[in-house]
Design a protein around this ligand. Structure first.
Ligand code: SF4
Length: 241
């Protein structure tokens, strides 16, 4: 793995070369944007410390039991807990969801952006607002950081941001895309720079797929990896036998 003192920021064409090889291995991701940023925020809270399946069950139960997200915001917290229990950590997640919904209600869009009613839960203005303004707004919401903000912007509206989750972080560090020891904030900035000229959804999904299927946290399968020639970590591991 590149040491902190010999790492050089790679050019964007390096990420494009990686994505091309991953596309040949796994195919091109076919994610569609859904235009529902507040649902995406709720989903990211529900996804903490659980599987995708349990997250989805919790989300479906929540949406089945409450007619709207406004109703979720106003409900007794115990009812939210009960609805999302299959997702685990319901006692923590239920008030967290309501705090986010309260904050969206209380926080208008930045001056000059958006035309929604004051107090409405509507983030539709993020579809075409300046990206930095939309990201800053999201990062001011309780418990929302760069990764969640990037998920909302990318999967709701296809805005150019790339969430760096644990797989993207590990795979990207091994491939030398990120400086060893870089903070998640720094990695997000790097991914924004590197993914210029690339599809941001593919940049995110392809690295996650590779992390799940080949570049495991323990025991990466470097011998069958299509990225071995591009990977300082894999080449060093091979040299050391
Ligand atoms: S060569 Fe090994 S460490 Fe590098 S990306 Fe492939 S599996 Fe991961």
């Amino acid at each position: 793995m590149a040491r902190r003192d010999d790492w050089k920021a790679p050019p964007p064409r390096r990420l494009r070369a990686i994505l091309e090889r991953l596309r040949r291995r796994y195919g091109r991701p076919s994610t569609v944007v859904h235009g529902a940023p507040i649902d995406e925020l709720v989903l990211t809270v529900l996804s903490q410390n659980t599987s995708d399946r349990n997250r989805d069950v919790a989300y479906e139960r929540l949406r089945d039991r409450f007619p709207s997200l406004e109703a979720v915001r106003e409900a007794p917290v115990e009812e939210i807990e009960e609805a999302i229990r299959p997702g685990g950590l319901a006692v923590t997640k239920a008030p967290r969801i309501q705090r986010i919904l309260d904050a969206i209600t209380a926080t208008p869009a930045p001056a000059g952006i958006g035309s929604g009613e004051p107090g409405a839960m509507d983030l539709g203005w993020m579809a075409d607002a300046p990206l930095d303004a939309a990201r800053d707004y999201l990062c001011e919401l309780p418990g929302v950081g760069r990764k969640t903000a990037a998920c909302v912007l990318l999967f709701s509206y296809g805005r150019h941001d790339v969430p760096v989750d644990t797989h993207v972080h590990r795979v990207g560090t091994r491939l030398g895309l990120f400086r060893e020891g870089a903070s998640l904030e720094e990695c997000h900035d790097e991914m924004l720079r590197l993914s210029r000229g690339a599809d941001p959804i593919e940049s995110h999904v392809a690295l996650i797929r590779h992390g799940r299927r080949t570049c495991h946290a323990r025991g990466p399968r470097c011998d069958e990896c299509p990225l071995l020639r591009l990977c300082p970590y894999g080449r060093a591991a091979r040299r050391s036998g």
